[in-house]
Design a protein around this ligand. Sequence first.
Ligand SMILES: [Zn+2]
Length: 426
Amino acid sequence: MSGFYRFAGGRILDPSRGRDEIGDLCVAGGRFVDPASLPAETNWEWIEASGWIVAPGLIDAHVHLREPGDLQKETIASGTRAAAAGGFTAVVAMPNTRPPADQPNTIGWIRERTREQGIIRVYPTGCLSEGRRGEKLAPLSLLHAAGAVAFTDDGSCIQDAGLMRRVMEYAGMLGLPILEHCEESSVSGGGVIHEGYWSAVLGLRGWPSAAEELIVSRDILLAELTGARLHCQHLSSAGSVRLVREAKQRGVHVTAEVTPHHLALTDEALSKYDTRFKMNPPLGSEEDREALREGIVDGTIDLIASDHAPHCSFEKEVEFDRAPFGVVGLETMLAVAAETLVKTKLLDWPGLVARLSTIPARVLGLPGGTLAAGAPADLVVIDPNLQWTVNPQIFRSRGRNTPFAGWEVQGRVMLTMVEGKIVWRL
Ligand SMILES: [Zn+2]
């Protein structure tokens, strides 16, 4: 292998520079290069890309790799392989591991493990509070120094507004974003599905949208007070979209994400008590799904993130109330997003790639999201027309808990490259 690659005749999409044209993209020494800058006799390895999209590697802002602690669910080795197959060159790892990433040595361990066993970039996050208990501030500056790129208690939410204000002040001083799992737990109150028509019909305890909206509005006010960078994770309700839209119009530094499952599904999917559709926040109503689609199209919601949350099959194969929350998403995110947004003509491919790569890089302050000459050669090659059927039995992830099993989808990752190295090829 020469290390000199020429992706020939593809649709080169680079939202960071508004580029969308048929052409060649060249890689040498692990970086994007202008072929004119290299000798004519350069021995390129040609990769025929006609009919395919060549784009900056996808970046997932919300992934549970489960390591350290829950290797039966996922590992850094299996999770990064699943990510590579899904077109991702970088993922942001949530800190709700065992132990939680609330100490610098855990952040250091995750980085070391990634160097040994990972095949794409893993950016660890640190906890906001010690043990994610929402009582005492985690050592934010030490976590930052150890390599945390953001702070979050994801899976839980600090309930005490005074503590949240202090957390925002510290995170703001360090210049890092807070990734908030928005849930007022006295209002969500142990609910297992969205509170509405289906919770009543099925007799399951409801989790009302107000539980999310209370924290979205509280945190917007606190972000305004402190100047912190607030990023609202996995928005699920029309009311939350409205709150973020209004805050952005007032100039508050708030960003937001939505998952493919909240864009694709509604709580009607729960009608058979299937635990593969149980996640937190729960799937909302048709009105919520419409508002989320509108929000991702008009830029109120900045990016799409998977909230990849693998669980063992035996854990999910229990009665609905007792099953853990969460679905896997790394290997289906691109296709499901394309089905819900591109096929429906809500977005075009450049718009989708921006929300899966360039914008996540910008929101989180990470490298990538560009094909600019000189940048590390992190890229994805997509066949936008290839049809395939989602089969969890062949996932690289250890998790099989997808709500999309059996879906016929269009759009497939053909190749993923990290820093000039091919990490996935179909
Ligand atoms: Zn969460």
